[in-house]
Design a protein around this ligand. Structure first.
Ligand code: AR6
Length: 164
């Protein structure tokens, strides 16, 4: 596991993860950037998926992206922390990693799910992200190269402190 600062749409990995909304039809933030970079064929495939519940994950092709696949997951909206947010966020990471395994993928990059428009505090979200992925790798024995792709330098510092 490692953390980097980058635009996730530039990464040539087996899968990048999208912080989507339950419609899976696009939005702002990283979702908007991924849909713009992948092109119109992405939304056509997404229309066939029937949406996605919070904490669940669905996979599509990567289309024009350098990444081969996109795993779309829906993070929780932060409502103060006592509304199941941490469990739902952990489900996003665990269910995305399950898809990585089921599809035989060996590299995946995650954005910091829920910490933009959905308002989840970065320190708390990064803790959930790192803990959940670490546990998945240990329990499954999977050899997957996992990158936490941070958009800002302060976010990168938070992840790096947890990974050291
Ligand atoms: N590469 C990597 N990270 C990025 C990029 C990028 N190109 N662009 C933004 N981020 P957000 P959420 C970071 O708001 O909070 C959408 O409208 C960003 O700085 O994209 O889960 C969806 O459709 C932040 O650290 O996702 C939903 O409606 C992180 O990605 C809603 O936003 C997540 O921020 C989901 O909100």
């Amino acid at each position: 596991m490692k953390a980097i600062q980058a635009n996730i749409t530039t990464l040539a990995v087996d899968a990048i993860v999208n912080a989507a909304n339950s419609s899976l039809l696009g939005g702002g933030g990283v979702d908007g950037a991924i849909h713009r970079a992948a092109g119109q064929d992405l939304v056509s495939e997404c229309r066939l998926l029937g949406g996605c519940k919070t904490g669940e994950a669905k996979i599509t092709k990567g289309y024009r992206l350098p990444a081969k696949h996109i795993i779309h997951t829906v993070g929780p909206v932060w409502r103060g922390g006592n509304n199941g947010e941490s469990e739902l966020l952990a489900n996003c990471y665990a269910n995305s990693m399950k898809l990585v395994r089921e599809h035989g993928l060996t590299s995946v990059a995650f954005p910091s799910i829920s910490t933009g428009i959905y308002g989840y505090p970065i320190e708390k979200a990064a803790q959930v992200a790192v803990t959940t992925v670490k546990r998945f790798l240990a329990e499954s024995g999977a050899a997957v190269d996992v990158t936490f792709c941070c958009f800002s330098q302060p976010d990168l510092e938070v992840y790096q402190a947890l990974l050291d």
